[in-house]
Design a protein around this ligand. Structure first.
Ligand SMILES: [Fe+2]
Length: 210
């Protein structure tokens, strides 16, 4: 009886925590739980110097990314949706949380839209070239990432960001001949998660917390 009460109290605590936390806080919590300590420290450092666009809409015109109720999620909600599903899919890819293997994908998803409003977040509208801009930023900081990742893992991270828009990615030269066979399965995964979130097919309700 007492045990039941305790379980109930704990569940109510989890529910309230889930409801009162904003999406940025949820991202931080998810990354802390699933990244290596070194990876999380690096992410905190990156986040502190990146433009703060977490509360900007994923679609600046509000024409796209619409949820069922007509709202457009902010970048934080969009990224959290993707991270939430990514972690659920880890087992499918033989990925263990809190390893550098997990870090590379968590970085790819967390940073894929980080320059969506430009390098200094100074743009009024979202930057169509943000995939390339973010991937170039990752490339120019390769030395830092190589303290955590292997060459292969770094390439997965970089490609996952550069081509997260699939055939519509800035660095795709010929869209008509675009073929996923030429890309890593993890890049496809980032793309699919991005697309599913865009059409409001990813949910992060309480089932995830319990
Ligand atoms: Fe995105």
């Amino acid at each position: 009886m007492v045990q039941d009460k305790l379980v109930k109290t704990f569940l109510i605590y989890l529910i309230k925590k889930g409801i009162t936390m904003n999406y940025k806080e949820k991202i931080v919590e998810l990354l802390k739980e699933n990244m290596t300590d070194k990876g999380f420290i690096l992410w905190k450092g990156i986040d502190s110097i990146m433009p703060d666009i977490w509360n900007m809409p994923t679609s600046s015109t509000r024409k796209f990314h619409k949820k069922l109720n007509g709202d457009v999620p902010d970048i934080a909600e969009h990224v959290y949706q993707m991270l939430f599903s990514l972690v659920k899919l880890f087992r499918m890819f033989d990925i263990t949380p809190r390893t550098s293997d997990a870090d590379k994908l968590l970085f790819a998803v967390t940073l894929h839209d980080s320059l969506k409003y430009g390098r200094w977040a100074s743009r009024k509208h979202t930057d169509r070239r943000h995939d390339k801009e973010a991937a170039d930023m990752i490339s120019s900081n390769k030395k830092i990432f190589m303290k955590l990742l292997s060459e292969d893992q770094f390439n997965i991270l970089e490609e996952g960001i550069r081509f997260h828009s699939g055939r519509w990615s800035t660095d795709v030269i010929d869209r008509s001949s675009f073929n996923w066979n030429n890309y890593k399965v993890t890049t496809f995964m980032v793309h699919i998660l991005d697309m599913l979130s865009t059409v409001d097919c990813l949910q992060t309700d309480i089932r995830g917390l319990i």
